[in-house]
Design a protein around this ligand. Sequence first.
Ligand SMILES: [Ca+2]
Ligand SMILES: [Ca+2]
Length: 584
Amino acid sequence: MKGRFKTLAVALAASCAAMSAPAVADNHAGPNMNDLLNDADSTGDVLTYGMGPWQQRYSKLDKVNTQTVKRLVPVFSASLGGEKQRGQEAQPIVYDGTIYVTGSYSRVFAFDAKTGEKKWEYNARLPDGIMPCCDVVNRGAAIHGDKIIFATLDAHLVALNRETGKVIWNKEIGDYKAGYSATAAPIIAKDMVITGNSGGEFGIVGAVQARDVNTGELIWDRPTIEGHMGTMRGKDNGITGTTNATWEGDLWKTGGGATWLGGTYDPGTNLVYFGTGNPAPWNSHLRPGDNLYTSSTVAIDVDTGKIKWHYQTTPHDGWDFDGVNEFIPFDATIKGKKMQLGAKADRNGYFYVLDRTNGKFIGAHKFVMQTTWADGIDQKTGRPNFTSDGRPGAPSGADKGKVVFASPSFLGGKNWMPMAYSQDTGLFYIPSNDWGMDIWNEPIAYKKGAAYLGAGFTIKPIADDHIGALRAMDPKTGKIVWEAKNPAPLWGGVLATGGNLVFTGTPEGYLKAFDAKTGQELWKFQTGSGVVGSPVTWEDGGEQYVAVMSGWGGAVPLWGGEVAKTFKDISQGGSLWVFKLYNQ
Ligand SMILES: [Ca+2]
Ligand SMILES: [Ca+2]
């Protein structure tokens, strides 16, 4: 009797909802620019990398919370199949009953969001001789109208029809034979698709490109190394910086500064923020000066394609600290003043807060155990206080230079894996690592398409009990509120929710949920391979879903040195996992 009543009530509620709801929305046209701008507030979909243009990776959904998370169970797991495994670093996009994910080796998949049934699959035909430095990963797609857009390992940008997987346009963003590649998720601003490039280990020149989302035609191109000419609709658009102001000789021509992680977009200031990678080569003795705009954040005006401000975290980088990390806008009141801010947890081990309207330095604090290269950041100038013996020595003739132990290692206090910001707790959740390296310099000359480092290294642990540490950072005080250590290096993104939860994955195969205020681990699920993707959440039919990619890989197993023992037994994989609460 009781059961029958419940069924009737549910049916009645469903029919009422159907009658009062507006006519069924026509989703055929797909999400438009307004939908993308509203992504952080629309809980029924995930339309942008980072879950909103600011990429705070925060959802106000709270059905899955500290009380209920113990009932979180898998709905399905969908395999990417084939022999192509390696690192799965993608963040899913969720729209109109479909989950879109990118996979290793420049693949895209569309799965039914309820059943996991595959709708279509696209495999980019990659040429021989591509040169990705750090595994064959991809970090996600963009969605706009009828298109799914993603970047490929041979440095192309490809737009697919989101219902069929058929190619709409395909454009080259760099010459793969010169070492260009691309792995970041594109972002969309003002109906333009905006991307960076990869290849900082091959002497490429970093750039940010904006294209017409409908045709793929280039609108503007902004190199990130001083001396290079920008373009706007095929015409010169001013030189970046002042030629030879911070570079000697011709080294700026192959100066690196790859924008390999993609950017964030702030509609309020009309700026896109891109991190820039290491100067090339790594051997810093060959290139005296600050080497702008490497290892920096650059803020580019979306309309003009010009750099409005820059902030360099590691001037004259000699450790591949490669300040490419994401710059996340947030608003906060500091000393009674409402401020438009942005935060970046840099590979160099410091967490920076800047005024996002003008790049003015607000503060910087260490978020890792150790920084050997600097004794802190000058709180007035924002420049690092370099230590006297922290830089690897200059080579002499054919001999390598003095070896130094440097911490963090070049893989960073935080690498590509995106942090999250909770609007409830006001904390940033940083997936960080504590490790160091022996590093030395060697002679090197530029050769097109060859590695351009002039350096060697061995990565080493610096603690007995962990390498990874998920850390909650208060951006107002620079204090670490809590940390959750992990034996293997963390390499996946973070998600914060209104349920007072923080989700992230581990190489050991777990997706985990922590109490956002205390760091207490509340839930974990073993996915069968390392988790190095970024989790997302959405709601459908009154239920909250959580999804993440599983598949161990990325830069760590390629370059792990003496820390490899922490992950030697982890199996490869390639699958999408989707979870929801089990209802008794
Ligand atoms: Ca949304
Ligand atoms: Ca680099």
